[in-house]
Ligand binder design. Structure first.
Ligand code: MIC
Ligand code: SF4
Length: 643
């Protein structure tokens, strides 16, 4: 029986376990990436492991999330990351060099390598035929120290692309179509593997748009084959030597299959407030806009922005619309500047932001109250843009540019068919890596600079046999990490300061949660399905840990968040019977006994002391995870083992 491409790469990197869907495998990691907002924690944790030099082939620390420097906090963080990187063998990508995923695709990605990144959109590298996975900072720190990375062996889903996109449809429309089909819950513990004759018509950056936003499916990752188009991209980046052909066997077996006909695909749009609320653009055509934002790690490649420039050429952005454009990397921005496309974009009345995450993570450009924003990004969760009452739609750069001029969401009937959107990927990109600082050959004399914003991370204590406490909050399905640990312009500078951040934990859902948790000495979180979807931010586990949260009882979990809870010794359990969710109310006192003995059996009983009832929950942990839980978190376990 043949292997899928993902299986081949896992097999090549397999350290422990057997590749049976659902059972845990440990894989060797070739490359890591971090960004500033998760990076500080990851490097503090790495330092705690006492390893001099990273043991990966390539590790890169990017600064792209928080670059406003509205106070000294994030400049301090950047300095910490820069010095810690230099000392320990890590490349450092300076602020302004670009968004981690875009730059990594351009300059560091290698087909067939494994990449672990402390950011949920790390799967962008799947566009290059890498097995690229997002994880919490601690898992990335372990990988930098040479440790394996553990995941439940995913099921492999096949998405077959047939035909060729019409000139005004885009890679974004493909991934929106996949999201419409599978939803934000549909990808957990699955890898999406793209095949079919349509693949050959997509360039590496276009493939990157698709694998990037595969994160919104909750998927482990997404991957494309490495083929002629991959070689073409690597050649254009002056990295031909990194090429290797890779594809699935002809007789590979997939667990599910979706076929998308590119010839008939129409432009899509995701409605507020979820990336899977996808409809054809034509159904919301005419909706008035106040803002259009083009950029993010999903859609800010050279070709994306060249299309935008062609559409905007000689036009004027509608008077009621603010158009902001953030090119994905220094490479993209300099090429647009050199060939005149930037002048076309500026000429139309766009505002140019630096190459970074910017508005995507709420660092500036919050829309007005009740504003309507159309963005080329990957997430539109309520409040993420910085304005609770705003409505955010997600679409392709083409739709965004036409809409900016029209002043409303534009449908195909508003597109100017005379504009040539058949933009070829350049034969040679402008390569200038002078914003990438190399690590020291010998880091022993490099001094790591720690500003006052860098506080120690909280640590748990060994698991006790009995845990009890109040249900401090009861939340609905699809709670995102943006709800658990909001990230906006005022909070992002404090990513190295968990005590401060914890004062905002879960406040979008319950203003009193942090105070309530502290007053009660901690307790439980009760949740619906897909708890913790969205980002990889470990802060969504660290802040609850700081507030004394002992366990989360949910209908189901998002993969990365569940791993982050376990790594920090917070018990993640699921209702055996989902109906029991209805029987728990906020402030009920809950108790779980016999944890030490029963944690590996798969079932625990929760006593609802307030109601005098009880219900069963499942605890699905691998042996390794049960060991981590018992030690009160991964760092405790590692230091116990090192003694
Ligand atoms: C995001 O898109 O939400 C982020 C900000 O990039 C996060 C990482 C973080 O919270 O720092 C992610 O996607 O993992
Ligand atoms: Fe940055 Fe947005 Fe991409 Fe996250 S999703 S890495 S915030 S651009």
């Amino acid at each position: 029986m043949g292997l899928t491409l993902a299986e081949k790469i896992i097999k090549e990197h397999l350290v422990t376990g057997d590749m049976k869907a659902g059972s845990e495998v440990g894989i060797r990691i070739d490359q890591t990436l971090t960004q500033d907002s998760t990076g500080t924690m990851a490097y503090l944790q790495f330092e705690a492991m006492g390893v001099d030099k990273v043991r990966t082939k390539r590790s890169v620390a990017y600064i792209d999330h928080n670059m406003l420097q509205s106070g000294p906090e994030n400049a301090d963080d950047h300095l910490y990351i820069q010095t810690v990187a230099k000392k320990h063998g890590i490349y450092f990508s300076k602020p302004g060099n670009g968004i981690c995923h875009q730059v990594h695709l351009e300059r560091f990605s290698v087909p067939g390598d494994t990449l672990l990144g402390s950011d949920s959109h790390t799967p962008t590298g799947g566009g290059m035929g890498m097995l690229a996975i997002g994880a919490g900072g601690l898992d990335v720190a372990v990988a930098m120290a040479g440790g394996e990375y553990n995941i439940p062996m995913p099921k492999i889903v096949n998405v077959e692309l047939k035909g060729k996109l019409k000139s005004f449809t885009a890679a974004k429309d493909i991934i929106l179509e996949v999201l419409k089909h599978f939803t934000v819950k549909g990808g957990v513990n699955k890898i999406f593997e793209y095949t079919g004759d349509g693949v050959a018509h997509l360039s590496v950056p276009e493939r990157g748009t698709i694998t990037n936003m595969g994160a919104e499916l909750g998927a482990t990752t997404s991957i494309f084959p490495s083929d002629e188009r991959t070689l073409e991209f690597l050649k254009a980046q002056g990295r031909e030597k990194d090429y290797r052909e890779l594809k699935a066997d002809e007789d590979a077996v997939y667990s599910e299959k979706l076929v998308i006909d590119l010839d008939t695909l129409e432009p899509n749009i995701a409605l507020p407030h979820s990336p899977d609320a996808v409809v054809p653009v034509s159904t919301v055509r005419g909706k008035k806009l106040t803002q259009v934002a083009i950029g993010s790690c999903t859609n800010s490649s050279y070709v994306d922005l060249m299309k935008v420039a062609s559409i905007l050429d000689g036009k004027t952005v509608h008077e009621d619309v603010s158009l902001v454009v953030s090119p994905g990397s220094k490479q993209v921005l300099s090429m647009l500047a050199q060939n005149g496309a930037l002048a076309k974009i500026i000429g139309a009345g766009a505002r140019i932001l630096e190459s970074g995450c910017g508005p995507c993570i709420g660092m500036g450009q919050a829309p007005s109250n009740d504003g309507v924003s159309l963005r080329t990004f990957n997430r539109n969760f309520k409040g993420r843009c910085g304005t609770d009452s705003a409505d955010v739609y997600l679409a392709s750069p083409e739709v965004a540019a036409y809409s900016a001029v029209a002043g409303f969401i534009a449908g195909p009937e508003d597109f100017d068919m005379n504009v040539d959107l058949d933009i070829e990927m350049p034969k040679l990109f402008l390569v200038n890596d002078n914003m990438v600082v190399k690590p020291a050959e010998d880091g022993s004399s490099v001094e790591v600079k720690r500003g006052p914003n860098i506080k120690p991370f909280p640590k748990n204590t060994a698991m006790k046999d009995e845990v009890s406490g109040k249900a401090l909050i009861k939340v609905m399905d699809d709670v995102t990490t943006d709800h658990i640990m909001p990230s906006n312009a005022s909070l992002l500078p404090y990513r190295s300061n968990v005590p401060y951040l914890s004062e905002f934990c879960l406040t979008p859902l319950d203003k009193d949660f942090p105070r309530n948790a502290k007053e009660n000495g901690g307790g439980f979180i009760v949740a619906g399905k897909n708890y913790g979807q969205g980002s990889s931010r470990e802060h969504a586990a660290l802040a609850p840990l700081y507030l004394g949260i002992k366990g989360v009882i949910a209908k189901s979990f998002a993969r990365i968040h569940k791993a982050n809870l376990i790594n920090n010794g917070i018990l993640p359990v699921t209702f055996k019977d989902e109906k029991d969710y209805d029987g728990v109310d906020k402030n009920d006192v809950l108790e779980i006994n016999g944890l030490l003995e029963n944690i590996s059996t798969g079932t625990l009983t929760v006593q609802n002391v307030t109601k005098g009832t009880s219900f069963d929950v499942s605890v699905s942990l691998s042996e390794r995870e049960a060991e981590i839980m018992a030690a009160g978190g991964l760092l405790n376990l590692m230091s116990m083992k090192n003694k």
